[in-house]
Design a protein around this ligand. Structure first.
Ligand code: FAD
Ligand code: 2HG
Ligand code: ZN
Length: 458
């Protein structure tokens, strides 16, 4: 257990949130201590569970005065070690702020508390006759606060953009305890700095998100999912580029390899989609108000180099095809805590990267196994490496340096957290990092908000 905070501070926080929401029992705190992958083990000094934005503000004012460092936590599905208290910080759980309010079906907007899950928002959006543009495999646990804080991407970025593109406004409490709230949801509003845009992707280092005003997108009830097999990664990447250009209603364009498919089938017991083995697969979803099948079929018919294809229109079969892709994260975790390197490559080097990165990993650690899958439509590859000790960073270093050398990003959608903190300089200049530090000092002068993530030590 992290060292217990001063008892007067604990009592003061208890008066704000109610003593039952200040957790000090190690067995209960354990549920907030470890990350989803099992690679990062935190040690909370206390877990604080406020019930609304005013309580968050009062807690932060007390913590600022006392210098108590906090890790904000939502669904704890983050994959970069940013949501658990690795330095013995307190955990500030936002899960109780889970209301979805002010649904405006006419304007296509709603307000979601930080603790509402993505699935909660999706359900509220559907009830209002729209859809939420963000979808990800962790939808049942990942929260609005966490997805805003990480600028989560997911399975529909190609069509609707990442979480930042859904934001009409944000309410957050800064490290001083003062609240910035801009939830009016006006379409056009150039009245100064876009604080919501800045807080989005700041990983809990600048403010604690308490609510977000989110835009809804028009419904796309008609869906087609197709799984395509290819003889090489290069053929799959070429096909992805063709599909992007010719299928405007593409929601998702995902890829994986035979090794990942075999693992998912082994772990889940699912049968293989095709009789033969293939080097690479694309999974695509097309969605619209009208049946997208004719358009999808005509584009698929014109695609060269497709070795096999399965098309699903009904919901159970669509879900079955999706499971081959979405099942990767859980299946890989059964092999032990993976190192997750979530990277973006320029389209021109994407196929060569997929073919070459296993050798980069092997050169760093001959016992390691590389798993590759991701959002090929965004150039986003999830390089997962198993068989490496949690604290051995050799593979991480080699792969991230390789990615940066190719003009890529070392973090596409999961953030920096603690896992990638040593390598932020690969993508950011000293001047940018200095600007980051000045922003941090302005928003969080006492340095209490997630002090061990994102920014490398000065
Ligand atoms: P947490 O894990 O609790 O926290 C993540 C970060 O946000 C931490 O730094 C934390 O301090 C901060 N934070 C949390 N809440 C707040 C708040 N209210 N205010 C300020 N800071 C806060 N991610 C993708 O981008 N795309 C995917 O496709 C995707 N798929 C996934 C599939 C699976 C099976 C899993 C396990 C994870 C996946 N993720 C994906 C990663 C993860 O779900 C996202 O990063 C998500 O945004 C985390 O939300 P959370 O509520 O769990 O946040
Ligand atoms: C996905 O796209 C998630 O499935 C998780 O971003 C990626 O497990 C991973 O590395
Ligand atoms: Zn992803």
């Amino acid at each position: 257990m992290g060292s217990r905070p001063d008892s007067r501070l604990v009592q003061g926080i208890g008066r704000v949130v109610g003593p039952q929401h200040v957790v000090l029992e190690p067995a209960v705190m354990a549920a907030y201590a470890d990350d989803w992958t099992g690679r990062f083990h935190g040690d909370p000094s206390v877990v604080i569970r406020p019930g609304d934005a005013a309580e968050v503000a009062a807690v932060l004012a007390l913590c600022c005065e006392a210098g108590l460092a906090l890790v904000p936590q939502g669904g704890n599905t983050g994959l970069v070690g940013g949501s658990v208290p690795l330095g013995g910080e307190a955990v500030l759980s936002l899960r109780r702020l889970n209301a979805v309010t002010d649904v405006d079906a006419l304007g296509g907007q709603l307000t979601a508390g930080a603790g509402a899950t993505v699935a909660d928002v999706q359900a509220a959006a559907r009830a209002a006759g729209g859809e939420y543009g963000v979808d990800l495999g962790s939808r049942d646990s990942a929260t609005v606060g966490g997805t805003v804080a990480t600028n989560a991407g997911g399975l529909q970025v190609l069509r609707y953009g990442p979480t930042r593109a859904q934001l009409m406004g944000v309410e957050a409490v800064l490290g001083t305890g003062s609240t910035v709230s801009h939830l009016g949801g006006l379409m056009k509003d150039n009245t100064g700095y876009d604080l919501g845009g800045l807080l989005c992707g700041s990983e809990g280092t600048l403010g604690v998100v308490t609510a977000a005003r989110l835009r809804l997108v028009p419904p796309s009830p008609e869906r087609v999912v197709a799984l395509l097999a290819f003889a090489s990664s290069a053929a799959a990447v070429d096909a992805a580029s063709h599909l992007r250009r010719h299928l405007p209603d593409l929601n998702s364009l995902e890829f994986f390899l035979q090794s990942g498919l075999d693992l998912v089938c082994r772990v889940t017991g699912a049968s293989h989609p095709f009789s033969g083995s293939h080097a690479a697969y694309l999974l695509l979803e097309v969605a619209g108000q009208h049946d997208p099948l004719p358009a999808a079929n005509s584009v698929l018919d014109s695609l060269p180099a497709v070795a096999d294809v399965a098309v699903a229109t009904d919901s159970p079969r669509r879900a079955q095809l999706w499971r081959y892709r979405e099942g990767h994260t859980e299946a890989i975790n059964t092999l032990g805590a993976p190192h997750k390197l979530d990277v973006t490559l320029p389209a021109t080097v994407l196929a060569a990267f997929v073919d070459g990165v296993p050798a980069v990993v092997r050169a760093a650690d001959p016992a390691a196994t590389t798993w590759l899958f991701g959002h090929v439509g965004d150039g986003n590859v999830h390089v997962n490496v198993t068989g490496v000790a949690a604290d051995d960073l050799t593979v991480d270093e080699r792969v991230l340096v390789h990615v940066a050398g190719l003009g890529g990003s070392i973090s596409s959608e999961h953030g920096i957290g603690t896992a990638k903190r040593p390598w932020v300089h690969l993508n950011r200049t000293p001047a940018e990092l200095e600007a980051f530090r000045r922003l941090k000092a302005a928003f969080d002068p006492a340095g209490i908000l997630n002090p061990n993530v994102l920014l490398p030590p000065a």
